[in-house]
Design a protein around this ligand. Structure first.
Ligand code: MIC
Ligand code: SF4
Length: 645
């Protein structure tokens, strides 16, 4: 049997372990990226490791999330990241240069290399044939310091793309269809590898739209082969030398196989409040819209923007609609300005935002009460837009543009536009290359002083695991709780990403507003949840803030990958019910005890927790390697690393 592409890249980067699904492997990381909202914490942790210079081939620090500077906090964080990057050998992408994943794709991603990013949408790089994985900031800091990145060896699954998209149907519809079939937890513990005739009909940015939203499947990453289309993209970016042909063997073995026939796809939308709640636009019907947002790391490439501009040209957006457009990078925005497409957007009534995450992370443009907002983004989790009562739908750029004009949700196939003309817009042979907002690092660390403004506060560090772990269940939650629930992010909270005490007053507030005060009064305790707990963002704040609040363990039906890793890195016990029926027996307020915790954690994968209130014991599973169990016992990764040193 032949090898899958992901298996080949893993094999060539394997530092430890065996490639048997589920068992721990250590990977060599070639490239890293950070963005500002996870980056401050990642660099504080990197500094705590005392390493002078990054050991990767290249590391890049972006500023793209916290770009609304309504107080000193964001600008302080930018200055901290700029200086810490310069000191330690990291390239710094200034605010205005664009969204990390879009810029990394244009300027840095390389087929066959590994990339670790402190952002869950790092798999965008999979569109170019890179093994690109999202992780918590501490894991990225370790990789920058030259350490391996450890994950359970994923199962590699295959999605075969057959046929060709009809004009008016987009790459976004492909990934929405995959989400419809696999759901938001269908990719957990898996790498999704794309193959088939349909691959040859998709450009690199289109492939990246698909791998980007693999994050919403919960997948470890997603990957496309690197072929002549990849070569053309790299050439157009002046990076032909970075090309390497990469593909799976013809008889590659996969753990699961799915097929999507592109010819049969129709324009789709993900309905509130989950990316897998997918239905054809035509079936949802012409719901009235208040807001349309185009952009985000999913759909902000030049071609996405060109299609939107072509649809808007000579039209005016509906009276009831506010349309925002955030081009993904300075490269995209400059090219739109030079070729006149920007003028078409502005003339139609679009509000042009800077090249950054913007409304995708609630950084401005929160829609009105009870509104309907359609967005070309990747997440429509409850409350993420900044307006709790808003209903957010996820759609392609084509659906967004025709709907902005109509004022109601509209299927491009029946919008009466020249679909052939839109579909035939060609990618440029040469992108405009100007990397003048990427600041190279200093020659010597000693040449740079790190700037630390008052917004930078120390982060919490756990203590070693106690013999008896006890506390009450502070909150019992449903399935699919996101890290946006655990540690909400919006224009008001994002400026405090380097201030854990401040953030602690908002932890899990979207689930229960009384939680932070109760957790503080109780001095901590346990959290109980359902399936896919911690899906979404890679923010380790969703572990650091519970640590600050004294959370000792989280007991759920299943975890999302990055969040579970972040809990372990913080020394919080991530436990899974052995028998899901026990979930029903436990209530908020129950007193739980784990006696002989240290031996239990180190000893077996399975042990018991006593519910003193109900007078029964239940079995839990700690699905972690021996190395990770030691990390938990030592009180988190930083303590563990210090102890080892
Ligand atoms: C997101 O899309 O949720 C974010 C904001 O980019 C996060 C990172 C963060 O919370 O800072 C992610 O995807 O990891
Ligand atoms: Fe930024 Fe949104 Fe992409 Fe996250 S998903 S990196 S917030 S654009």
């Amino acid at each position: 049997m032949g090898k899958a592409l992901a298996a080949k890249i893993i094999e060539s980067h394997l530092l430890s372990g065996e490639m048997t699904p589920g068992s721990e492997i250590g990977l060599k990381i070639d490239y890293t990226l950070t963005q500002d909202s996870t980056g401050t914490m990642a660099y504080l942790q990197f500094e705590a490791m005392g390493v002078d210079r990054v050991k990767t081939e290249k590391s890049v620090a972006y500023i793209d999330h916290n770009t609304i500077q309504s107080g000193f906090e964001n600008a302080d964080d930018h200055a901290y990241i700029a200086s810490v990057a310069k000191k330690h050998g990291i390239y710094f992408s200034k605010p205005g240069n664009g969204i990390c994943h879009q810029v990394n794709l244009e300027r840095f991603d390389i087929p066959g290399k590994t990339l670790l990013g402190s952002d869950s949408h790092t798999p965008t790089g999979g569109g170019i044939g890179m093994l690109a994985i999202g992780a918590g900031g501490l894991d990225v800091a370790v990789a920058m310091a030259g350490g391996a990145y450890y994950i359970p060896m994923p199962k590699i699954i295959n999605v075969e793309l057959t046929g060709k998209l009809k004009p008016g149907v987009a790459a976004k519809d492909i990934i929405l269809e995959v989400l419809r079939q696999l759901t938001v937890k269908g990719g957990v513990g898996k790498i999704v590898e794309y193959s088939g005739e349909g691959v040859k009909t998709l450009s690199v940015p289109e492939r990246s739209t698909i791998t980007n939203m693999g994050a919403e499947l919960g997948a470890t990453t997603s990957i496309f082969p690197s072929d002549e289309i990849t070569l053309a993209f790299l050439k157009a970016q002046g990076r032909e030398k970075d090309y390497a042909a990469m593909s799976a063997d013809a008889d590659a073995e996969y753990a699961e196989k799915y097929t999507v026939n592109l010819s049969e796809l129709r324009p789709l939308a993900a309905k509130p409040h989950s990316p897998d709640s997918v239905e054809p636009v035509a079936d949802i019907g012409p719901i009235k819209l208040d807001q349309v947002c185009v952009g985000s790391c999913t759909n902000s490439s030049l071609m996405d923007m060109m299609k939107v501009a072509a649809i808007l040209k000579g039209k005016t957006i509906a009276e009831n609609v506010s349309l925002t457009i955030s081009p993904g990078s300075k490269q995209v925005l400059t090219m739109l300005a030079e070729n006149g497409a920007l003028a078409d957007m502005i003339a139609a009534g679009a509000r042009i935002l800077e090249s950054a995450c913007g409304p995708c992370i609630g950084m401005g443009q929160s829609p009105k009460t009870d509104s309907v907002s359609i967005r070309t983004f990747n997440r429509n989790f409850y409350g993420r837009s900044g307006t709790k009562s808003a209903n957010v739908y996820l759609v392609s750029p084509e659906v967004a543009a025709v709907s902005a004009i109509a004022g109601v949700l509209t299927d491009p196939l029946t919008a009466g536009i020249d679909l052939e003309a839109i579909a035939s817009i060609k990618a440029p042979e040469h992108f405009l290359i100007n990397d003048n907002l990427i600041v190279p690092p200093a020659e010597k660390a000693s040449d740079v002083d790190v700037e630390r403004g008052p917004n930078i506060k120390p982060f919490p560090i756990n203590t070693a695991l106690k013999e008896t772990t006890e506390g009450s269940v502070l909150l019992k939650m449903e399935d699919n709780i996101t890290t946006d629930h655990i540690m909400p992010s919006n224009a008001k909270l994002l400026p405090y990403r380097s201030n854990i005490p401040y953030l602690s007053d908002y932890c899990l507030a979207p689930v229960d507003e009384t939680f932070p005060a109760r957790a503080k009064a109780a001095g901590g305790g346990f959290l109980v949840g359902g399936h896919n707990y911690g899906q979404g963002s890679s923010r380790e704040h969703a572990a650091l803030v519970p640590l600050y609040l004294g959370i000792k363990g989280v007991i759920v039906k299943s975890f999302a990958r990055i969040h579970m890793a972040n809990l372990i890195n913080s020394g919080i016990l991530p436990l899974v019910f052995k028998d899901e029926a026990d979930y029903d027996k436990i209530d908020a307020g129950d007193e739980l005890v784990i006696t002989d915790s240290v031996n239990k954690v180190l000893g077996k994968t399975e042990f018991t927790v006593e519910d003193k209130t109900k007078g029964f014991s239940f079995a839990v599973v700690l699905d972690a390697s021996d190395r990770l169990k030691e990390v938990i016992v030592d009180g988190g990764l930083l303590n563990h690393t210090k102890k080892k040193a």
